[in-house]
Write a protein of this length. Structure first.
Length: 545
């Protein structure tokens, strides 16, 4: 397939439609708008315009700051420079429009955004990454580049001491939304990126949250229905595997700007994240080097992290009935209840981080390494709420999923040579896996809470079928053994369904046990009802009134 035609086809698929919005794409690309004259830089020099590109090729644009822009060489370089090495430049143009020292606000106000956008056309990709410089002063005589923290519609009118112009300053989220809307209006596809990593460490862990900018970018992307690639997490995992001393050698200039080695690691992470999207928007444009990069499994899932590490965190673990796909409803409108639970809590006092993963059982959530990853994030005073069971039945060993746990809560085991993973494995009971999650959490000073699985849309004698004699009952017994709070949402939700009746309940489901947004919201309400019914609800201080 012709590469340009491929990107156009990509935009007609579900993800592409979500990227552009219902009315954003047109087969008739509008003629390029006149390129505005960008404002001078701080030294009085006009900023360089993006290089001319081949109008017959699709293009990937990068809008960002010095962590992406061209730097001084091997000792300091932006990631979007080696990024081009991962692509076949006879098939796609890579346009690095990033500019050092710019925030989301000044990239717009200096005309850099309009200059770049004037070259974009239908079928192009626009990667947007800001935040490092958005923390600066809103008004001073040297830079005046800060945006208002947050993603709301607040504004601040100023007489800019640097530019000598009157200006209405907006929030960080407002500037990102403008870039998304402008990109869609050109028929191109916007993708927001998390921030690059700073060389800041604490107790052997590298900084993963530069303020709340990553979370704000993720929230804006989710609301706009466009992808968010958490570059921060992808690179931080690699840096922590390397260790603090080796990473220090990558940051020669300061703790923000990395060498060519660090730039290349960030570039590879962006490529891995792009390849993890479904459909993959870059698969026809990769060089041999780009082809060799494996899609990142965590990027594919778009799993969140704590927005404010200074606060306690409620982690959610489970299957697709807690979080489906990328947690954005893009999979046929299917939602898990965990994506609606955060709104029930005061997020100025607690983070709610949904780390549930579709298709997994209590067993595979452990064996695939997801529990260890979540456990590493936890701190004393946190909470973890778990719900498994829907995927714990089925085959213990086969070549397709091999995900079932043994039935019950005992200490029985079964040794297998796993036909799917090609590894020897000792399989335990459903209750054993839940107990492990609870005891591991308690050992870190984290409070575990257990939920029974949500009911399926199955009726018998005019009532929803319960699971008291299987997974719902076993979850309760496992919680009791670990002295952990138990929320029997299987019963709470089933009672609500009984009241609603088959027709209204059917309208809450998409397929199988998977609910739509309305059904997920109802289930989240039932979780809260179960929390409030506990004799000693440990999360009560954090609930919204």
């Amino acid at each position: 397939m012709n590469p340009s035609r491929f990107l156009r086809c990509f935009l007609t698929l579900p993800l592409g439609l979500a990227l552009l919005g219902a009315a954003g794409y047109s087969q008739n690309t509008p003629p390029p708008a006149p390129t505005p004259a960008p404002a001078p830089d701080l030294a009085g020099n006009p900023p360089a315009r993006p290089a001319a590109i081949n109008p017959n090729l699709p293009a990937i644009f990068v809008a960002g700051d010095s962590t992406a822009a061209r730097g001084r060489g091997e000792d300091q370089q932006g990631w979007a420079v080696p990024f081009a090495d991962y692509f076949d430049l006879t098939k796609v143009s890579i346009v690095n429009a990033a500019r050092g020292g710019r925030s989301s606000r000044t990239f717009v106000t200096e005309g850099l955004w309009d200059a770049m956008l004037a070259q974009a056309k239908a079928g192009d990709l626009v990667l947007i990454q800001f935040g490092i410089n958005d923390t600066g002063a809103i008004n001073d005589a040297s830079r005046a580049r800060g945006s208002i923290p947050g993603i709301g519609e607040e504004t601040q009118e100023i007489d800019n001491l640097n530019t000598k112009k009157h200006e209405v300053v907006h929030t960080y989220g407002w500037y990102l939304r403008k870039m998304i809307a402008d990109t869609k209006a050109r028929g191109a596809a916007p993708i927001l990126l998390g921030l690059t990593i700073r060389n800041v460490w604490n107790n052997g862990k590298v900084e993963r949250a530069y303020g709340r900018y990553n979370q704000w970018a993720a929230d804006v992307a989710k609301a706009a229905g466009v992808p968010f690639l958490d570059v921060t997490d992808l690179v931080a995992d690699k840096f922590e595997a390397m260790g603090e001393e080796k990473v220090k050698a990558i940051y020669i200039q300061d703790h923000t700007h990395f060498s060519l080695v660090g730039a290349d690691m960030h570039a590879a992470a962006v490529v891995a994240g792009l390849k993890a999207l479904t459909p993959n928007p870059v698969r026809l444009f990769l060089s041999a080097r780009g082809t060799a990069v494996a899609p990142d499994a965590v990027a594919r899932l778009n799993l969140p992290r704590a927005a404010n590490p200074a606060l306690p965190t409620l982690f959610l673990i489970g299957d697709s009935t807690v979080r489906n796909g990328r947690g954005d409803g893009s999979d046929r409108g299917e939602w898990g209840w965990g994506d609606f639970l955060g709104a029930k809590f005061d997020t100025n006092r607690i983070n709610v981080v949904n780390q549930a993963i579709g298709g997994l059982s209590s067993r595979t959530y452990l064996t695939q390494g997801h529990w260890d990853r979540v456990l590493a994030m936890m701190q004393k005073g946190d909470f973890v709420m778990m719900q498994f069971g829907h995927n714990d039945s089925g085959a213990v060993n086969d070549t397709s999923r091999a995900r079932a746990s043994l039935r019950g809560i005992g200490e029985e085991t079964q040794e297998i040579d796993n036909l799917l993973t090609q590894r020897h494995e000792i399989v335990h009971t459903y209750g054993w896996y839940l107990r492990k999650f609870m005891t591991d959490a308690q050992a870190k000073g984290v409070t575990p809470l257990v939920c029974s699985l949500i009911p399926r849309q199955a009726w018998q004698d005019g009532k929803i079928v319960r699971a008291k004699d299987s997974y719902a009952g076993w979850a309760g017994q496992a919680a009791q053994a670990a002295h952990a709070p138990f929320i029997d949402i299987n019963e709470i939700i089933a009672s609500r369904y009984d009241q609603l009746g088959p027709a209204k309940v059917a309208a809450l489901f998409v397929e199988g046990p998977h609910t739509n947004a309305e059904g997920a919201e109802l289930n989240a309400q039932c979780v809260i009802a179960g929390l409030k019914a506990l004799n000693d609800d440990p999360l009560a201080p954090y609930l919204r009134p």
